[in-house]
Design a protein around this ligand. Structure first.
Ligand SMILES: Cc1cc2nc3c(=O)[nH]c(=O)nc-3n(C[C@H](O)[C@H](O)[C@H](O)COP(=O)(O)OP(=O)(O)OC[C@H]3O[C@@H](n4cnc5c(N)ncnc54)[C@H](O)[C@@H]3O)c2cc1C
Length: 474
């Protein structure tokens, strides 16, 4: 049941301070809110989930290394000491630029939030390049729900293989196909291979988990293309040593419950029988971008990203800032640093305007480099001129990710779980409930509303040159 929207007081009872509404509790939204901690404003941070999600470690939740709480602290807890910030759970379904209001809903309760300044940081969802039917058989990895469902599917495949009666059935169950050889696909493939070859090695009696086949495929001719040819080649070699089969120039043409159909660069069509397929090959910005485009005239690209002004605002609306995966500016990639720096920049602009100061110069992104782990003790790091791989790169990767995980408690338990998994053979988080495995099917029966929110809004085909992080071709 939907109630009539509740309108928040036009002038807040505590003195009419400027109202800053932030949509999204991801990297852009949370870092913008934190930057405003000393500002004389009232912040309302509206999030579809009650947590801030550290997406780069989702694959470790999916493969049983970390628990969901470690990478998804409660937003309310993170901001509990910031008196000027209020956290509201709800999905924003409407933005009215003329009335300067945002409407959010949760469980049928709609709330209208008036704003003086708006920061839109609602991120991106999964894209299947117009083939949304693939989602049922090849889940992506954008949320905690996705990661837990994948965990259920991955560990469940080994359980079912133990019971299977024919070799063909065992082979199908022990074949894992990851689509998209960007950082997400590479990290996921490496971890599934380690799971099969190290962690589960002695856990079964009927099957031999080390015979599992892990296939990483991509339509592009390279692994980690944005890291350059040299690092890409090394990553490919290291993946091979970890037990991952890399297939490039391989375009996915169909996916079903039992396998995946592929068209190779030479036109040859073939099929891999595989129970577990994982989609790490496309992003689609949140559907709110389209709303903003319609009302402001801002261009919205095929991936749903809004073309912003050099100061990250909407044309004709200096009070509306769009940051992170939702914005299109100078071909900046969809990575955490773009969102963090954009969120902070928008917050700074707001503070300057309120203080009557001149605006900052146009947004300038400082590329701090990129990195991806391939296996235990092995990562690749691209710092621009300096590119390297191996153990040192892996240590850097550990330190950096630990630094950005939000909350002291999460950092401590993350280190403990990493010790268990990387120094030992174990995985502390192997629980998969039946609801995780079958939940998606049940939710899909709820209909198109669920579909829209799951994939980040209305479907349009995005450019075919981005992976789930927006950095790689697929
Ligand atoms: C699996 C994976 C691995 C990645 N690995 C890396 C990496 O190694 N390095 C790197 O730099 N980047 C990585 N990225 C990309 C990086 O996570 C994103 O670029 C970054 O999160 C973008 O920040 P954002 O604030 O724009 O969006 P997000 O962090 O996605 O946050 C969006 C927020 O908005 C909320 N939201 C969405 N719609 C609504 C709505 N209608 N109403 C209210 N709230 C809404 C969401 O719930 C979420 O809290 C990865 C991404 C994924 C998915």
């Amino acid at each position: 049941m939907t109630t009539s929207p509740v309108r928040e007081p036009a002038a807040p009872p505590h003195g009419g301070r400027p109202r800053v509404v932030i949509i999204g509790s991801g990297f852009g939204g949370l870092f913008a809110a934190q930057r405003l901690r000393k500002a004389d404003v009232d912040i309302t941070l509206i999030g579809k989930t009650s947590h801030h999600l550290f997406q780069p470690l989702l694959y470790q939740v999916a493969t049983g290394i970390l628990s969901e709480g470690e990478i998804a602290p409660s937003t309310r807890e993170v901001l509990r000491r910031q008196a000027n910030a209020r956290v509201v759970l709800g999905e924003v379904v409407e933005i009215d630029l003329a009335a300067r209001t945002v409407t959010s809903t949760v469980l049928g309760r709609a709330t209208v939030h008036p704003y003086d300044e708006l920061i839109v940081a609602a991120g991106a969802g999964q894209s299947y390049f117009g083939n949304d039917r693939f989602a049922e058989f090849a889940p992506g990895m954008k949320s905690i729900d996705d990661a837990l469902e994948l965990r259920g599917r991955i560990f469940g495949a080994f359980e079912l293989a133990e019971l299977a009666e024919s070799q063909a059935e065992i082979d199908r169950l022990l074949t894992f196909v990851i689509v998209g050889a960007g950082p997400t696909g590479v990290e996921m493939a490496g971890q599934i291979a380690e799971l099969a070859h190290r962690t589960l090695r002695r856990d079964f009696r009927h099957i031999d988990p080390t015979t599992a086949r892990v296939v990483l495929l991509d339509a592009a001719p390279a692994v980690l293309p944005s890291f350059g040819e040299k690092l890409g080649d090394r990553a490919r070699r290291q993946l091979g040593q970890t037990g991952v089969e890399v297939q490039l120039g391989a375009m996915v043409t169909d996916v079903d419950a039992d396998g995946i159909e592929i068209k190779d660069a030479d036109g040859h069509v073939r099929r891999i029988q595989a129970a577990t397929k994982i989609w790490a090959a496309g992003v689609q910005a949140c559907g709110l971008g389209r709303l903003l485009g319609e009302q402001s005239g801002a261009e919205v690209d095929r991936a749903g990203r809004v073309a912003v002004q050099p100061d990250l605002t909407l044309p004709g609306h200096p009070e509306v800032h769009v940051v992170g995966d939702m914005m299109a500016l100078d071909k900046l990639p969809g990575v955490a640093q773009v969102a963090i720096q954009g969120g902070r920049y928008a917050a700074d602009q707001i503070m300057r305007r309120l203080a009557g100061k001149a605006p900052k110069p146009p947004f300038q992104y400082h590329d701090k480099g990129s990195m991806a782990t391939i296996s235990r003790f092995h990562a690749v790091v691209d710092l621009g001129k300096l590119k390297f791989e191996g153990f040192l790169a892996w240590l850097m990767w550990l330190a950096l990710h630990l630094f950005y995980i939000v909350g002291f408690k999460s950092r401590v338990t993350t280190v403990l779980h990493w010790l268990v998994s990387f120094l030992g053979r174990g995985r502390s988080q192997r629980v998969a409930t039946q609801q995780q495995v079958y939940g998606r099917l049940a939710l899909e029966h709820l209909g198109p509303g669920w579909e829209a929110s799951k994939t980040g809004g209305p479907k349009v085909a995005p450019p075919a040159d981005e992976d789930v992080t927006g950095r790689q071709s697929a």
